[in-house]
Design a binder for this molecule. Structure first.
Ligand code: PHE
Length: 333
């Protein structure tokens, strides 16, 4: 009986079926119970011999039964673990969700504002030709203005663009006036690095060319833009500024939003920040872009995105922006 029982039990993989086997062999109607019931019909010697054997068999069967039961349960757990396996060794950082860099956030926001004003967004390469960065912008090879922007030169003569004005030089080849465009992007200059100077930073160029465009249009657009960005009226001042590609040219300063005009490291204690160089597009620039200067005039401006971001988040050092330090950038989700 024990051998037969053991064979059947060990062949079974289902807990319920196992209970049925147990009932059949060890239950009230099973062979073991029959033997024990029959004991009283036996002689005393037989009684003790058969009784002991039956009890031994019972113990053995219980053990076989319990082992199998544990075996089945363990197999079920193993299967569950295998199917629901989670790798707890994965780096938790992989679960962290990224976000746009604050400069990108600012760029996209300003793109939205200008899109609403009917501007289209233009692009251009970081690695630029001398022609688009200088030549087409009324900055000929011997022009002293080339000293204004200390440029990264490649050995083959290509450069890293020093301003997003290169984007407008390219755009004029693609699109014909009247047009309203912006060109955001990274620009590069050889700089002495400090709290307000980085070798790589961000500008957003704007250019409007149409009939009868005047300084009044320029000022109105700048004011609209600033009130949209800051969601309040911002104090500005306009100073004459010189850029070969505009005439007249201006520097538009805004009241430092970090110290509220009181003076801090970013505004060099002046209370003012140079934010938007701008001016009326020089006729030579329009001509280089194949535009009829008898018919069209235009204005252009360059906006420093990094400064805006620093003011919005009260960041005291521009070098944080390109640091790649997650302790910094994860604050702007
Ligand atoms: N391109 C100029 C610069 O990099 C800024 C500028 C743009 C000035 C447009 C006037 C008009 O500083």
């Amino acid at each position: 009986i024990v051998a037969e029982f053991t064979e059947k039990v060990n062949a079974e993989g289902d807990l319920q079926a196992l209970e049925q086997i147990k009932a059949a062999y060890m239950g009230k109607k099973g062979p073991l119970t029959g033997i024990l019931k029959n004991l009283r019909n036996l002689s005393p010697e037989e009684k003790s011999e058969v009784g002991q054997a039956a009890n031994k068999a019972k113990t053995a069967m219980q053990e076989v039964m319990e082992n199998r039961r544990q075996g089945i349960i363990r197999a079920q757990i193993d299967e569950k673990v295998a199917s629901e396996w989670v790798d707890f060794t994965l780096d938790e950082d992989a679960e962290k969700i990224g976000a746009l860099h604050p400069v990108s956030q600012m760029q996209y926001e300003i793109e939205d504002i200008f899109s609403g004003l009917g501007f289209t967004v233009q692009d251009g390469p970081h690695c630029e030709l001398d022609f688009y960065n200088f030549e087409a912008l009324n900055i000929p090879a011997d022009h002293p203005a080339r000293d204004m922007q200390d440029t990264f030169y490649f050995e083959n003569g290509a450069i890293l663009r020093t301003h997003t004005s290169a984007i407008q030089a390219r755009a004029m080849e693609r699109i014909k006036p009247p047009f309203k465009i912006i060109g955001p992007g990274k620009v590069f200059r050889v700089e002495r690095l400090d709290a307000s100077h980085e070798a790589a930073f961000h500008q957003l160029e704007g250019m409007v060319v149409d009939e009868d465009i005047s300084v009044a249009n320029l000022i109105h657009t700048m004011k609209t833009l600033l009130s949209e960005i800051f969601q309040k009226d911002i104090k500005v001042r306009l100073r004459p500024g010189y850029f070969p590609f505009v005439e007249p040219g201006f520097e538009l300063d805004i009241n430092c939003q970090i110290c509220n005009g009181k003076g801090c490291s970013v505004c060099k204690q002046t209370g003012w920040l140079e934010l938007m160089p701008c001016g009326m597009v020089h006729p030579n620039v329009l001509k280089a872009g194949g535009i009829d200067t008898e018919k069209f005039t235009g204005f252009a401006f360059g906006l420093g995105l990094d400064r805006l971001v620093m003011m919005r988040h009260k960041i005291e050092d521009i070098r944080h922006l390109h640091s790649g330090d997650l302790r910094f950038s994860s604050q702007f989700k």
